[in-house]
Design a protein around this ligand. Structure first.
Ligand code: 6PG
Length: 242
């Protein structure tokens, strides 16, 4: 079921089971790829970290698509060694990227092992020349964070903000991270939030009630699509603003 407050900002897509949500997300990702490749010959996608997208990434292994046209970026990364199991790049590689023929030079991990400042500066070079992403995938944290944009931290949504931010004292371990700014994540043709788990209920309710949680700072021209479990909407009340 889908509902939206107005055409431009938030479209809420709720599914009765996590499995249904994951199938719908895979379908939407592959449709976005097909459109981008048919129109521009390339597909530029930004990956979400955390646990929610893992099974979606695993499902993409068997996708029928032109992998040679995919360009993969990360919305954020944790300042851990490159082969650390808690790295978002490691999660995506094990679940999907190591199993498909995307040219290695078209997969762009954030080198967070070099430290937040150095990695953020390096990633801004990587993003140079990429005007708009075709699709940005994002998660939602219990406190309303997304990527590594946390409450009481600068979300990076004022015009002259750098595209990648060094993040310290993050409330979700590890404390040092790198995140694309809200502006940069919003420079996208499509933005999809993937939200599962009872722990996200308050953040969903706050978002629908117009609270300025970090996730609400992602405001692409075309609005955002939020894929969530129907159960998370039950006490969320009528959409106020987004
Ligand atoms: C990270 C993520 C973070 C994540 C949310 C949701 O590196 O931790 O980028 O923003 O998407 O915390 O995490 P789960 O999907 O594990 O609930």
């Amino acid at each position: 079921m889908s509902s939206s407050d107005n055409a431009a900002s938030c479209r809420w897509h709720s599914y009765s089971t996590t499995a249904e949500l994951e199938v719908a997300a895979v379908r939407a990702i592959l449709l976005a790829a097909q459109l981008a490749i048919s129109r521009r010959g390339e597909f530029h996608i930004v990956l979400a970290g955390g646990n929610t997208p893992r099974r979606i990434y695993e499902s993409l292994r068997s996708a029928d698509t032109d992998w040679s046209a995919w360009h993969v970026y990360f919305g954020d990364e944790r300042c851990l060694p490159a082969d650390h199991s808690e790295r978002n790049s490691r999660m995506a590689a094990l679940a999907w990227l190591d199993h498909v023929a995307i040219p290695r030079e078209q997969i762009h991990p954030i080198h967070a092992e070099t430290g937040a400042e150095a990695a953020a500066a390096d990633y801004m070079q990587t993003l140079k020349g990429i005007e708009q992403f075709d699709l940005v995938l994002l998660g939602l944290g219990e406190d309303g964070h997304t990527a590594s944009l946390f409450p009481h931290h600068d979300p990076g949504n004022t015009p002259d903000e750098p595209a990648a931010l060094a993040v310290h004292d993050a409330p979700k371990p590890p404390p040092d991270r790198v995140s694309l700014s809200a502006n940069r994540l919003g420079a996208a043709r499509q933005v999809m939030f993937l939200v599962t788990g009872e722990t996200k209920r308050q953040a969903v309710q706050d978002w629908r009630n117009g609270a300025s949680i970090p996730a609400a700072a992602i405001t692409p021209a075309g609005g955002v699509d939020i894929y969530l479990e129907a159960g998370l909407l039950s006490s969320a009340g009528k959409i106020q603003t987004c």
